[in-house]
Write a protein that binds this ligand. Sequence first.
Ligand SMILES: Nc1ncnc2c1ncn2[C@@H]1O[C@H](COP(=O)(O)OP(=O)(O)O)[C@@H](O)[C@H]1O
Ligand code: SF4
Ligand SMILES: [Mg+2]
Length: 369
Amino acid sequence: MEKGAHESEPLPDAPAAEQSAITRDADVLLAVDDLKVHFPIRRGVLFDRVVGHVYAVDGVSLAVRRGETYGLVGESGCGKTTLGRAILRLVEPTGGTVHFDGEDVSALKAEPLRQMRQRMQMVFQDPLSSLDPRQSVQSILEEGMRAHGIATAGGAGTARLKELLSAVGLPTSALRKFPHEFSGGQRQRIGIARALAVEPDLIVADEPVSALDVSVQAQVINVLSDLQTDLGLTYVVIAHDLAVVRHISDRVGVMYLGALVEEATSADLYAEPSHPYTRALLSAVPVPDPLVEDSRERILLKGDLPSPANPPSGCRFHTRCPWRQPTRCDDERPVLAELAPGHRVACHYAAEIAAGTLQPHAVETDAIP
Ligand SMILES: Nc1ncnc2c1ncn2[C@@H]1O[C@H](COP(=O)(O)OP(=O)(O)O)[C@@H](O)[C@H]1O
Ligand code: SF4
Ligand SMILES: [Mg+2]
């Protein structure tokens, strides 16, 4: 809500750092404003020429409150990882700002940035490639602690290590073992323990369960959820699968080709998905009830995901949208606007689609260049 107010009524003459109502809101831990990450595409052997850009993240604004879990979903390649990395400034943004606890992360120099990073940690998709195979679990956990000046020696250090392992549901004997000695689910618990070791406030978990068996996914999600309750952590949980973020997220943002197309509370998003892309994503998820399964609306997305190096004009979803209208959808990029309190949608026709006054039609994939 605050976000909508901020977007429609910027304070006219205030300095940039003071313009955002979001960054001043004490409840907001993370505020991302019009964030852009464009990767240059280079060609040439003798002369290194920039021949274009991959618009990986292209104007994302969102705010995450303290203690909240924000789920970020979208197809592979839509920019989720790049957005997560840009929040921690592991990749330099091309434009826009990230405020963490009121501070502009984009403006921090090396040492203050290092201190800030202690408060923001990332958990990666593939724990095996993100954990050094030559290091024992103890050494992996101590490394981060030492880097941020947290004592690892003596009784306090040992107690801390034991506490970390018990927090993620691993026995103390795990300390002496190496990553390859664990199952995928256990390795992800180690990845979470490593993030926790430096006592962060925010964890960006990038597809934390995508590499795991379905039976293990829920256990790891439960570990994250219990830790949040116990430690008051704030999460951004990234997934390509809506089902994964549904139960742990307070709010969910749906990304398509570098931008948010819809954002709502988890309950509202699943009850009333309003952007055509979200509707298609949700309609692809099977429903356990056979009666509902047989009768429910199914929208098959035709056409491939366009390249983020050459995104479609106007609404980026227009090449695949069953509700596309000439010529506004092709010409004008829709902004994320409030359709209902706390429910933002980037579609020119969201209200008509919700009311049922605009009907879907076949998508002609041949017409797509
Ligand atoms: N370092 C990079 N250099 C160039 N392109 C990149 C780089 N990292 C990611 N990309 C491109 O940016 C787009 C978004 O990637 P990514 O953020 O990994 O998406 P997701 O996590 O949603 O799968 C993709 O087209 C990807 O190929
Ligand atoms: S703006 Fe047009 S093309 Fe884009 S989602 Fe809405 S109806 Fe579809
Ligand atoms: Mg990714």
